[in-house]
Write a protein that binds this ligand. Structure first.
Ligand code: HEM
Length: 153
């Protein structure tokens, strides 16, 4: 990947690679819930959310240290106006899906530790969980496309 996209800084490639794997691991975690392996579902959600937050912090630090969007977009073959609009949409979906994920995680953790079975029976957890899974997956595809737009030239 680094050879094809040799214009991309390594931190961008690492972050994009991690983001592209996230939907598969999320699906595996949800599949565990479906099979009623709740402990595995809970542990995997904790690990995935923790890793995601760490990688976002890593990304934010590296972007500030080694340059970011404006610099990269100068070399891109994709028109600047489109890139800006696309980035804007991507940031909105990324922050709302990550915020929703953190919210669902904290509410579920509270219900889980208080043995609140009603909460999980109500179907709300499942509906919000699926919506967040879809939003995170769309976001991950959008992020990969942005990587291609910026570095494939
Ligand atoms: C502290 C964290 C969490 C705990 C303790 C937890 C617990 C559970 C439990 C007990 C169920 C089974 C509900 C039932 O009886 O039908 C479940 C299902 C589910 N969870 Fe979680 N969950 C957590 C976090 C999450 C998060 C963050 C997501 C989304 C990203 C998620 C997505 C789902 C989905 C989609 C289902 C439905 C699976 C199915 O039956 O098809 N969960 N979870």
């Amino acid at each position: 990947m680094t050879e094809i996209f040799n214009n991309a800084p390594r931190y961008m490639t690492i972050f994009s690679f991690f983001s592209s794997l996230l939907p598969f691991f999320l699906w595996l975690s949800i599949y565990q819930a479906k099979k009623k392996n709740i402990k595995i579902h809970f542990i995997s959600q904790s690990v995935l959310l923790g890793l995601t937050l760490l990688s976002v912090v890593y990304f934010e630090i590296m972007v500030r240290m080694y340059g970011g969007f404006l610099e990269f977009s100068e070399n891109s073959l994709v028109p600047y106006g489109f890139l800006i609009a696309y980035l804007f949409l991507h940031i909105i979906i990324a922050s709302s899906s990550l915020g929703g994920w953190i919210y669902l995680y904290i509410t579920s953790l509270k219900a889980y530790t208080r043995n609140n079975e009603e909460y999980f029976k109500s179907n709300k957890h499942k509906r919000i969980g699926i919506a967040i899974f879809i939003a995170l997956s769309v976001n991950s595809i959008m992020g990969l496309l942005l990587y291609v737009f910026l570095f494939w030239y």
